[in-house]
Ligand binder design. Structure first.
Ligand code: NDP
Length: 470
C-alpha cells in the first residue's frame, strides 16, 4: 500500500527534530506534527532559556567579585523585562533555526496536534480544522510536562513553563521541589535579587546524586542566601482576598501543622510526566510501562510493530542529548541501514544551580552497591579566583575508582564551570580510563581542573557524610 509518508513524527522537540531530519537525509519522506512550537521543551521553555537566565543571574556575583579586583562604580540594577524579552527573542531565533533544520532536508511540518487513528493514519488538528495523513512508520516524541500535585490552591502556582514569561520579577519567590528545575530556578531568582524559599520534603536537595555532592550543593545554596525549608510539605495555598495583595504578599503557603508564610509567587518543580494522553496510543496497541511512560525496547520500538518512541515520553534518561541520541539511532537503524542502539551508560549530566554540579558515571553509593572495593579521591578548595574576594565559591571534586580494575567509574564536581569540565572528562570515563591514566595526564596550570589529575591520596574510610563546604 502507498502511504503519504515513510515516517510520521508526532512532536518536534529535540528527539523528533533529530530523527526527522536524519531520516529525511537518508531519503525517507518525512512529516512531523507539532502542537506548540518547533524546538520543544529544551529550546522553547527548558534548557536553552533556562541557561540564559542562569547567565543573567550570575552577573550579580561577578559584580561583587569585580570590586576585589579594583573595579569601582559598580552599583548595577537589574531590569527583568530586558532579560525576559531578550531571552524570548533568542528563543524565537532558535525556533526559526529548528524550522529550517526540518525544511532543509524536506521534512513537511504540520502545526497541530497529531493523533493516531490507526497504525498508519494520523489526524492532525490545527486552526484550519482536522486533516488526516497516512504513514508507513510512526515515531512518537511528545515529551513531558510539569505537573503540580493535587492540593487546594494549586491554581495559584506556576511551573517552569510560566517562569520565563513573568510580567515582573517577584520580590519573594517560593519554589517547591528539590530536583534539577527547583534548584536551577532558585539560583536564577536569588541571583536576580528576589528572596527565595526552597521547600523540599527531604533533608537535602537533589536526591539520587552522589551524597557528598548533594550535601555540598545544599549547603552552598543556603550559604548563598536561599532559605532552605527542609522536610516541609505544603498543605494548601491561599490568595489574599483582593487577589493582588493590597500591599501584602498575594499568596499564603500553609504547612500541614498550621504553619504559614507569605510569598509573591509559588512555583512548583516537583517533577514532569510523560505526554501520553489524547494521542490515540490505546487504539494502536502502544503500551505504557508502570511509570506511565511509553514502553520501548532497546531499539526504541514500542509494543506496536511499526511505531517507535524516543525522548522524555519514554522516561529513560530525560535529557536533551539522550533524546538526540535515541532519535538519531532510530533514524539510522530504520532508514539509514546502519543499525545502532542508544547507549545509556555513562551519560554525563549537569545541574545549573549556583554553584553548578556535574557528573559522569556512578555515584559513590551506586558504585558501592554494584562494584567491589573502591578507592575514592576527593578535594574541596577555594579556587584562585576567590582568593581575596568577599564572596567565596568553594569547589568540590570527586573521583571514584574501582580498586580491582583501577578504572575511574565516577567523576563528580561542584563549582564554577563544572559542566564544561565534566563534559571533557566524560570522554575519558566512557573510554574506560584508569586512575593511572588520569595520574599520567599533565595538568593545565593554574586551573581548578588540574586537580582532577593530581588527586593522589585516597580518602580514608569510612566516608564522611558530608564534604567540607565551608
Ligand atoms: P526531578 O525529578 O529532578 O525532581 C523533582 C523534585 O520534586 C524532587 O526533589 C522530589 O522530591 C520533589 N517532589 C516530587 N513530588 C513532590 C511532592 N508531591 N511534594 C513535594 N516535593 C515533591 O524533577 P524536575 O521537575 O526538577 O525535572 C524533571 C526532569 O527534567 C529531570 O529529571 C531532568 O531529567 C530534566 N531536567 C534536566 C535539566 C538539566 O539537565 N540541567 C534541567 C531541568 C530538567 P523527592 O526527591 O523526595 O522525590
Amino acid at each position: 500500500m502507498a502511504y503519504d509518508f515513510d515516517l510520521f513524527v508526532i512532536g518536534a522537540g529535540s528527539g523528533g527534530v533529530r530523527a526527522s531530519r536524519i531520516a529525511a537525509s537518508h531519503g525517507a519522506r518525512v512529516a512531523v506534527a507539532e502542537e506548540y512550537r518547533v524546538g520543544g521543551t529544551c529550546v522553547i521553555r527548558g534548557c536553552v532559556p533556562k541557561k540564559l537566565l542562569v547567565y543573567g543571574s550570575k552577573f550579580a556575583h561577578e559584580f561583587e567579585d569585580a570590586a576585589a579586583y579594583g573595579w569601582t562604580g559598580l552599583a548595577p540594577a537589574h531590569d527583568w523585562a530586558t532579560l525576559r524579552d531578550t531571552v524570548a527573542k533568542e528563543v524565537d531565533r532558535l525556533n526559526a533555526v529548528y524550522i529550517r533544520l526540518l525544511e532543509g532536508p524536506g521534512v513537511k511540518i504540520h502545526m497541530g496536534r497529531g493523533r493516531l487513528m490507526d497504525r498508519h493514519t494520523i489526524a492532525i488538528g490545527g486552526p484550519n480544522g482536522e486533516q488526516t495523513v497516512t504513514a508507513d512508520k510512526i515515531l512518537i516524541c511528545t515529551g513531558g510536562r510539569p505537573e503540580v500535585p493535587d492540593l487546594p490552591g494549586r491554581e495559584f502556582a506556576i511551573t517552569s513553563n510560566e517562569a520565563f514569561h513573568l510580567p515582573e520579577l517577584p520580590k519573594h519567590v517560593t519554589i517547591v521541589g528539590g530536583g534539577y528545575i527547583a534548584v536551577e530556578f532558585a539560583g536564577i531568582f536569588n541571583g536576580l535579587g528576589a528572596k527565595v524559599d526552597l521547600v523540599i520534603r527531604r533533608d537535602r536537595v537533589l536526591r539520587g546524586f552522589d551524597e557528598e555532592c548533594r550535601t555540598f550543593v545544599h549547603e552552598a545554596l543556603a550559604k548563598g542566601g536561599i532559605k532552605m525549608r527542609t522536610e516541609t510539605q505544603i498543605a494548601r495555598i491561599t490568595a489574599t482576598p483582593d487577589g493582588q495583595g493590597g500591599g501584602k504578599a498575594p499568596f499564603q503557603v500553609h504547612t500541614p501543622l498550621g504553619g504559614m508564610f507569605e510569598t509573591d509567587l509559588v512555583m512548583y518543580a516537583t517533577g514532569r510526566v510523560p505526554n501520553t494522553a489524547g494521542i490515540g496510543l490505546e487504539k494502536v496497541g502502544v503500551q505504557l510501562n508502570k511509570a506511565g511512560a511509553i514502553a520501548v525496547d532497546e531499539w526504541s520500538k514500542t509494543t506496536a510493530e511499526n511505531i517507535w518512541a524516543v525522548g522524555d515520553v519514554t522516561d529513560r534518561i530525560n535529557l536533551t542529548p539522550v533524546a538526540l541520541m535515541e532519535g538519531h539511532c532510530f533514524a539510522d537503524t530504520v532508514f539509514g541501514n546502519k543499525p545502532r542502539k542508544p547507549d545509556h551508560r555513562d551519560v554525563p549530566s549537569a545541574v545549573f544551580c549556583q554553584p553548578e554540579m556535574a557528573n559522569v558515571g556512578l555515584s559513590e553509593e551506586d558504585a558501592r552497591r554494584t562494584l567491589g572495593e573502591l578507592r575514592v579521591f576527593t578535594s574541596a578548595f577555594t579556587p584562585m579566583k576567590y582568593s581575596f574576594t568577599a564572596h567565596k565559591q568553594r569547589t568540590f571534586m570527586k573521583l571514584i575508582v574501582e580498586a580491582a580494575t583501577d578504572k575511574v567509574v565516577g567523576c563528580h564536581m561542584v563549582g564554577d564551570d563544572a559542566a564544561e569540565l565534566i563534559q571533557g572528562l566524560a570522554v575519558a570515563v566512557k573510554a574506560g580510563a584508569t586512575k593511572a591514566q588520569f595520574d599520567a595526564t599533565v595538568g593545565i596550570h593554574p586551573t581548578a581542573g588540574e586537580e582532577f589529575v593530581t588527586m593522589r591520596t585516597p580518602r580514608a574510610e569510612p566516608a564522611p557524610r558530608k564534604a567540607a563546604a565551608e
